[in-house]
Write a protein that binds this ligand. Structure first.
Ligand code: FES
Length: 253
């Protein structure tokens, strides 16, 4: 695309975003924009809670004092947990102060990694893995079932503030595809958990949502009762005997 066309397109997208009272996250560009709103502006006061100030110190202690910026990701993660699952600009500015860098250094990180949410999410943020092995095993149907059951679009929050549905790339659990993860912000940073639900079906994913709604803790890991962890369904078919120890060289021979 020539430079003039690219600039024109940029201005068009910017105009769309500026006219929208709630910037849409369905445009990937929206993730990288900040538009001041009543609950998200540099003037909104934000600081780490008294309890989390101790955790900030502990995180910083893992890095040399002249490399504080190495703590940016864990500090953003803590700020996000404290703020109910998303990062307002004032939280990113607070992290910049802690690690003594220009705020742009923090914005660069927060807008690069998809684990950081720049707009509100539900107390339970449901992330469907959309990468090839999960997609082949039915992740699109899982997402459809979730969106239909909750009556939302991707990245929208349900009216009761409980749920939102997003997409994530491979979460390293392809052997039990398809899978989702649930970032649970319902108990603040103290009770924050990030749980994998594997071998799911459209029916099972709705059951999981309803268990969460009732305040229950659905069992994590595979949802296929015929599997143990990542083992084959119905038990092992090969490697049935106890493994032999590796042969050792007799160094005296
Ligand atoms: S592709 Fe879904 S976990 Fe790897």
């Amino acid at each position: 695309m020539c430079a003039r066309l690219a600039t024109k397109r940029f201005l068009e997208i910017r105009q769309i975003l500026l006219q929208s009272p709630q910037p849409s996250r369905s445009l990937s560009t929206a993730l990288n924009y900040h538009i001041d709103s009543p609950d998200n502006s540099p003037d909104t006061p934000w600081e780490f809670s008294a309890g989390n100030k101790g955790r900030v110190k502990e995180i910083l202690s893992h890095y040399p004092s002249n490399y504080k910026q190495s703590a940016i990701i864990p500090l953003l993660d803590l700020a996000q947990q404290q703020h109910g699952g998303w990062l307002p600009v004032s939280a990113m500015n607070a992290v910049a102060k802690v690690v003594q860098v220009a705020p742009i250094r923090i914005y660069e990180v927060a807008t690069f990694y998809s684990m950081f949410n720049r707009t509100k999410v539900g107390k339970y943020h449901l992330l469907v893995c959309g990468t090839t092995p999960c997609m082949i095993r039915g992740s699109r149907e899982i997402e459809e079932a979730l969106l239909k059951h909750l009556g939302v679009k991707r990245n929208e929050v349900t009216k009761d503030g409980l749920f939102s549905v997003g997409e994530m790339e491979c979460m390293g659990c392809c052997v039990n595809a398809p899978m989702i993860t649930v970032a649970d912000y319902s108990k603040g940073s103290e009770g924050y958990t990030y749980n994998y639900y594997e071998d799911i079906t459209p029916k099972r994913v709705v059951e999981i949502v309803e268990m969460l709604r009732r305040g229950e803790a659905p069992p994590v890991g595979t949802q296929n009762p015929k599997r143990i962890r990542s083992g084959p369904e119905g038990g092992n078919t090969t490697l049935l005997s106890e493994p032999k120890p590796p042969p050792c060289r007799d160094l005296d021979a």
